[in-house]
Design a protein around this ligand. Structure first.
Ligand SMILES: [Zn+2]
Length: 65
């Protein structure tokens, strides 16, 4: 198990670099539907990781476990 350290560099596999590189990872709250018909538009936490080598950003919804 690894401990989660927000906003710090972690080692992850980058598909663009095709190797494990350092990524800056952070959690972002994103609004799902900007012009929503439903007033209670949901904000979902996303895990955003950015490769520090090629700047590729990958965001995935944390609730999609
Ligand atoms: Zn990369």
């Amino acid at each position: 198990m690894t401990t989660t350290a927000p906003d710090s560099a972690v080692r992850e596999f980058c598909e663009t670099c095709e190797r494990a590189t350092r990524h800056a990872v952070r959690i972002e709250l994103r609004v799902e539907s900007p012009d929503a018909d439903n007033p209670g538009c949901s904000r979902e936490p996303y895990r955003v990781s950015r490769c520090l080598v090629c700047e590729t950003t990958d965001a995935r919804r944390m609730s999609d476990a």
